[in-house]
Design a protein around this ligand. Structure first.
Ligand SMILES: Cc1cc2nc3c(=O)[nH]c(=O)nc-3n(C[C@H](O)[C@H](O)[C@H](O)COP(=O)(O)OP(=O)(O)OC[C@H]3O[C@@H](n4cnc5c(N)ncnc54)[C@H](O)[C@@H]3O)c2cc1C
Length: 358
């Protein structure tokens, strides 16, 4: 632990900003986070899956290798929080069941299995007659699936709440202001917001899919576009002892993350647009797929819908762009994997701030 004479500003209090702030504050920096609505960006809409095995995709080897380290990073972070404030981020290692609705979808599951084999992911074909507990609540039409061990989930609301409590205990201020502009020199950074300014020794921009504040000077190598996603929250079905369910339905991906007590997150739509409004057709497609696969949902209560903007980079991988001569770094592009990757990204934030303030 170094002396707390050095300071850092984190712009953006989503999961990426909050975990970075934690890593910096834990290492002795005096940290201030700016966000008008902390935890209410894409982080708020996310299901919270940490599912590297269910997320393998051709050409995404580097991202897969990174995601495989994520559960361990979350376990470390959760242990630190417990030591600091007596509360953990709860990590549920349930594995994933991947199924298909019709013959075309089952063929896609077979193709997925070949990719998973290439990535050396351990998977097993399971059948309803030999593993009835895995198929609990699913339509009779679904009788086989692919079981992927080791995938997990966390509740982003709980993670944000525990992180904020941990940050408060380390003296981190979360200022609910939008940062209009930033400045940086080889010796200090500054931010300006409505009615105020602040200086620090270094800064991290963790603004997700949002535009950068004025004064940021990205190299042009990276860009971010918003990909809107919606999750639906329902109450009344508890599959939490079974693997997280993923199903391809008429070619569309559908998932259900079940939390103990009956709260479930159903997701997710994916639209290449930025508007915060949910289209009726988007909601109807998701619910129709969900009701086909899990008929019991019909009698459940609708709690709410949530919508967020996934920050997508050109190659769909996260980036950490550094401007050391201005003491700023820009961390974004986490797309579908920001909850998963946040504690790893936080280590990049610490390395950068250590380096430029050394
Ligand atoms: C429907 C959906 C489901 C998802 N499911 C999963 C999942 O299961 N697993 C997973 O790993 N990932 C999932 N994701 C992806 C994940 O949510 C994102 O990758 C992650 O939340 C990105 O985090 P972030 O902190 O970069 O962005 P955000 O959470 O969007 O946070 C950015 C923050 O920056 C603030 N901000 C922006 N500009 C400024 C400014 N100028 N001044 C101050 N503050 C500013 C915003 O207010 C916001 O709070 C999902 C996403 C969606 C939309």
């Amino acid at each position: 632990m170094r002396s707390s004479t050095k300071s850092a500003i984190v712009v953006g209090g989503g999961i990426v900003g909050l975990t970075s702030a934690w890593r910096l504050a834990k290492s002795g920096y005096h940290v201030t986070v700016f966000d008008p609505t902390p935890g209410r960006g894409a982080t708020w809409a996310a299901a919270g899956m940490i599912a590297p095995h269910a997320e393998v995709a051709p050409g995404e080897r580097a991202n897969f290798d990174l995601q495989r380290q994520a559960l361990g990073a979350w376990q470390t972070l959760s242990g630190e929080l417990e030591a600091q404030i007596g509360r953990r981020v709860h990590l549920h290692v349930t594995g994933t069941l991947l199924t298909g609705w019709d013959a075309g979808d089952r063929r896609l599951v077979d193709q997925f299995r070949q990719v998973a084999d290439d990535f050396k992911v351990t998977s097993a074909i399971v059948r309803r007659d030999s593993h009835p507990e895995v198929f609990i609540g699913l339509s009779d039409r679904i009788s086989t699936g692919l079981l992927l061990d080791g995938d997990a989930w966390l509740d982003p609301d709980q993670a944000v709440a525990v992180l904020r409590e941990g940050l408060a205990s380390l003296g981190v201020d979360v200022v609910t202001e939008f940062v209009d502009s930033i400045e940086g020199t080889s010796s200090a950074v500054a931010i300006h917001y409505h009615g105020g300014s602040m200086r620090a020794d270094a800064g991290i921009l963790a603004t997700g899919a949002f535009g950068l504040p004025d004064g940021a000077a990205p190299s042009g190598e990276h860009s971010v576009r918003p990909v809107r996603g919606m999750t639906v929250r329902i109450d009344g079905i508890d599959r939490s002892s079974a693997p997280t369910l993923r199903c391809l339905v008429r070619g569309r991906p559908f998932y259900l993350v079940s939390r103990p007590g009956g709260y479930c997150v159903i997701g997710a739509s994916s639209e290449e647009r930025s508007g915060p409004l949910i289209e009726v057709g988007e909601l109807q497609r998701l619910l129709r797929d969900a009701l086909d696969v899990v008929p019991e949902l019909e009698a459940c209560s609708l709690v709410e819908t949530r919508v967020g903007l996934r920050p997508a980079s050109t190659n769909l991988e996260p980036f950490f762009e550094q401007w050391p001569e201005r003491r700023w770094a820009w961390s974004s592009g986490h797309f579908r994997h920001g909850i998963t990757l946040a504690p790893l990204t936080a280590c990049s934030s610490l390395e950068f701030v250590d380096r430029v303030t050394a």
